[in-house]
Design a protein around this ligand. Structure first.
Ligand code: NAD
Length: 454
């Protein structure tokens, strides 16, 4: 079937209401759950073949997160779908208002390679619970995962409801030319702009989940061993190839030396069994990215780390002595290199951060509520944690998304349902009473009455 025919088939199914009833949505969510749970090992092993993600990481971040989010949707869907009564208004008295949650139609979900299962299925959960038909386009940079998803979705779902289109730029461009009702894109800021431009041609609304340089700030009073442990946990997971990985560490100069020492201890502890790509540590996804990261490494001042192995596409977690103008501070790193910068005052630190593009995440290690409030007020960022990294994604009650250059819109939990639903306001009015003063002909007396009443 051609891409055009697939979209027409899905649009026809949507018009017939195939995905709209509550029972149908519930049934598709359960089917998706079954698909993931029954094929957990195959999915983890496909991801492992793609870029060596260890089983533990694949299970916790790609399987568990998806199953958990499906459970949240199954449990709450009926309540979320209920029309919400609005407050009444004097201007429309007597009347009542209801906000209905309508499905969007046929939606496109484009995924990134670094969490090939999570980043396609998590938005899909919202698309299903919102009552839509959907097309998924996984990343071609994780080909084993993409092929397996296509195979499984083909087995568990009718393609009029849900289908996978595999491919790279050409196929994505063809998809972007179709009359979708919403496009949910996860990927780089560069491609996000291409997607938004294409969507603008047909006035298709978009959600853009992009990247950025997310800072991890360590203030004087922070618990330094914990800060080092949690920052390196976020930086070594998936070998730093995460949109919300701490991109660089911004550490108060008073605790800089201690942070360096604790960092050595933490990594020695995490990888006491050595770095075994595919078992204890993830590979760099391909040679383009390996060479890019190796280039950054070679032009940097290494504090510790710096080992690479081209054959296994291994890059050691590396702490780098950096300054703001260095090459490594110009773009999102997306790898296990952690530039270390210092600051003297919170004001100086905040003004440096506001000069940069808005990051997807920000991590702040301090117990000082004045500093916490100061940063929250001064520095725009998508979302983040105080005294942790990455964990805000694990709470389905927290909407996840970027701001400015790191994206627009959000999802996870109820927010995914909202993202894939449209609010439709309806005012209900009785036929009686029907005071005549809002109808023409207008005169001075009516205006006087209006001003008196409102
Ligand atoms: P990418 O932008 O290169 O690719 C993402 C998707 O876009 C892929 O499916 C790809 O096939 C498609 N694509 C690539 N070039 C295209 C083009 N010219 N026209 C149309 N489609 C095209 O991103 P990536 O390398 O897969 O992922 C890394 C980036 O994604 C990083 O910037 C990272 O921060 C970001 N990311 C964001 C999130 C998030 O949730 N906010 C999650 C993961 C990754």
């Amino acid at each position: 079937m051609t891409i055009k025919d697939l979209i027409e088939t899905q649009k026809a199914a949507f018009r017939e209401g195939v995905t709209r009833p509550y029972e149908k949505r519930l049934n598709y969510l359960r089917r998706l759950r079954e698909m993931v749970a029954d094929n957990e090992e195959e999915l983890c092993s496909a991801i492992n073949r793609d870029f060596g993600k260890p089983y533990f990481e694949a299970y916790t971040s790609e399987i568990y997160t998806v199953l958990h989010d499906i459970d949240v949707h199954i449990k709450n869907l009926r309540g979320w779908m209920k029309p919400e009564p609005s407050g009444s208004s004097v201007a429309t008295f007597p009347s009542s208002g209801l906000v209905h949650k309508q499905p969007l139609g046929t939606v496109l979900v484009i995924g990134a390679w670094n969490y090939p299962v999570n980043l396609t299925l998590m938005p899909l959960i919202g698309a299903i619970s919102g009552g839509n038909t959907a097309v998924l386009k996984p990343s071609e940079l994780a080909p084993e995962s993409s092929a397996l998803l296509a195979d499984l979705i083909g087995k568990y779902f009718e393609n009029q409801v849900l289908a996978v289109v595999e491919g790279a730029v050409e196929e994505t461009q063809e998809l972007l030319a179709q009359p979708f009702n919403h496009i949910f894109f996860t990927g780089s800021t560069r491609v996000g702009k291409i997607v938004m431009k294409a969507a603008a041609e047909q006035l298709i609304p978009v959600t853009l989940e992009l990247g950025g340089k997310s800072p991890a700030i360590v203030h004087t009073d922070a618990d330094i061993p914990t800060a080092a442990r949690r920052i390196w946990w976020g930086k070594t997971m998936n070998a730093g190839q995460i949109c919300v990985a701490p991109d660089f560490a911004l550490v108060h100069e008073e605790v800089r030396d201690q942070f360096i020492e604790e960092s050595k201890t933490v990594l020695g502890d995490f990888f006491r069994d050595d770095y075994i790509t595919g078992k204890t540590y993830t590979k760099i996804v391909n040679y383009d990215h390996f060479n890019r990261l190796n280039g950054l490494l070679n032009s940097s001042n290494v504090i510790f780390g710096g080992m690479v192995n081209e054959e296994t596409r291994f890059i050691e977690p590396t702490l780098i002595d950096a300054s703001w103008d260095d090459e490594i501070m110009q773009e999102e790193i997306f790898g296990p290199l952690l530039p270390l910068l210092s600051y003297r005052t919170a004001g100086e630190m905040a003004s440096r951060l506001t000069e940069m593009s808005e990051p997807l995440a920000l991590y702040l290690f301090t117990e000082d509520s004045d500093i916490q409030n100061f940063i929250l007020e001064k520095v725009p960022f998508g979302g983040g944690c105080i005294n942790d990294t990455i964990s805000h994604l694990a709470n389905a009650n927290l909407p996840f998304g970027g701001v400015g250059q790191s994206g627009m819109g959000s999802y996870h939990g109820k927010q995914s349902f909202e993202t894939f639903s449209r609010k439709q306001s309806v005012l209900r009015k009785p036929v009686w009473p029907d005071p005549g003063f809002r109808y023409p002909p207008y005169d001075e007396a009516k205006l006087k009455w209006f001003k008196k009443l409102f």
